[in-house]
Write a new protein. Sequence first.
Length: 727
Amino acid sequence: MTGNSDGRRLDILQGTVERVTYHNPQNGYTIARLSTPRAREPATIVGNFGLIQPGQGMRLEGTWSEHPQYGSQFQVETYRETKPATITGIEKYLGSGLIKGVGPVTAKRIVGHFGLETLEIIEQSIGRLIEVPGVGPKRVRDIQKAWVEQKAVKEVMVFLQAHQVSTVHAAKIFKTYGEQAIQVVTENPYRLAQDIYGIGFRTADTIAHNIGIDPESPYRLRAGLTHTLQSATEDGHCYLPLEELIQKAAEILKAADLPALVNQTEALVKENLLMSELTPDGYACFHPPLYHSEVGLAGRVRALLALPLMVDQKRVEDWLGRYTARHNLHLSAQQCEAVRLSARERVLILTGGPGTGKTTCARTIVALWKAMGKKILLASPTGRAAQRLSEVTGEEARTVHRLLEFDPASFGFKRGQDNPLPCDALLVDECSMLDLPLSYALIRAVAPSTQLLLVGDGDQLPAVGPGNILRDLMESARVPTVRLTEVFRQAQSSWIITNAHRINRGQMPQWPTESADCRFVEAPTPELVVYSIENLIAEQIPALGFSSRTDVQVLCPMNRGLVGANHLNTVLQQLLNPPEPQLQQIERAGRILREGDRVIQKTNDYQRLVFNGDLGTIRTINREDQQMLVRFGDRDVSYDFADLGELAPAFAISIHKAQGSEYPVIVIPVHTQHFPMLSRNLLYTGLTRARKLAILVGTQRAIALCVHRAELQGRYTRLRERLVSIG
């Protein structure tokens, strides 16, 4: 036995590869059979290998496990190759397909001629292969070329493993750089974080440390600055003030030499790898794509607003009167004003809270546009929101990504300035979810002759990605905006809507009766919160006629902690989809994914056309093919096991991830354990995800914290200032 870096004891297994059952060249994942001297039957070995062939001698370190279907397996953590020790082993090794041009027959001839010296001859005197009957000069050249190539693979893998690079990462690195992998990693391992999905700055930094890169290396300082700025965008910022960028990067890098960081920042600016802009508060540092997106978005909004529309307003008034009479509609004064403006404004924002009639107003505007003979397109950031928009308007609605026609070949959108959307009017719903890059891509595809209506609730959480687009547009006072504030009578009977508005006004929610559609369960400790949620899911909610598997979504203020989404997913998975002999499952990064589990997409995957926040269900897990099939809406999407980091369990998800979606029933744990994330717009956003029933579980003190914290730290954006500065 031996040990590894985390203190676990590892077993050692040594033998010869009998056969390779499965090998995935994308990530090196392999299932093989290994013959060992003292065992009657070959052992099943599972792990990530750069190259593995029958006949190959191996020394493996790892652990034994018992698979419910495939039996005993040796999970390989590290390995090294040993040369085949027998004539039979060498023959099988050469004839395995390792070397192009050498099959079993040729391998038998070569080994028959050179015996145990075969591999040494190929390594040092390959020209002697001409001595073997049936092997001519061309065959010798082919064998030499193939031998050099496979040797390069092994050298790279040995080098990377010697520097404690995991086999999974080593396989990705070789796939990306080929024979240049050692040179790239030696010179600048921080390139890995830029070039290879799944290898972030911290992994690259660990590799750099292991190969002896100077902690003050310019490569490291630059990578730390870039990583700091990237982390800021993940928190919603479009830029960081220079002083904050330097300070945060110094903390991440544990660097004391601040002048060196400033120098590298200036160098990145000179090379246009970072954009610096002077503001009244000092210098703002942007990733170039975000800078150009923000400047471009402001410019396109300005250009659209500058184009007037000529409309016969009397005809609009006459139509509105006929339409409301025919449909027995009673529109508020604010709704009527929104309809009038939609006829004459090039860009219009329609906002308002739940129950204020945004949907009715939007439906009326679409009807008006149709009566005016306009070609209309409808879109929303998520599939669920697009489906709901289609249902309420009676018109087809698509996700923004599908509307813009993403092209995997070019990794961009087909629709843009030179190929605008073919419509006279475009309605985009749930605009609080639009981040800066998607907003810019969208507005670039809006033709100068097109009207644009942006619908959303400006009091909800901003987008998961960088920017605060809807609120910035509204606060600029440059874009015509109608805010609906009157709650309609039929909506006043809902305590979900009543409490949402109370929270938004800074007032505590009320819990009138046990049968109301908005309820509170007191649970003073985190343990009681978890127990109460289990009880609700298992007994109380089903007793009300809802399905806990399909109707209920648990929404958490944050992922960490006992009452965070991560832990609750483990609890709810055991409750709603426990292990069964017929259900396949796989463990990744300390969590189990099982057939039947609800999962959420964590990143935008433009190849699969699955986007951040999309919810799906695992249909099948195929361990042999290393594939998982997930159903999103009405289509199945296949994931290689190497890409499972894109998915997370979704019995419980963050409130942020739930934006744009609605569920029949929502359960929200609200406890002071979530203190860093508690805010008014977070609770408001979570509560308004419920259609029929909302249950808050926790403490009144935590709810009060939410209500009285109007907003957490704002986002660094300059869109509002760019719009305000337009003359």
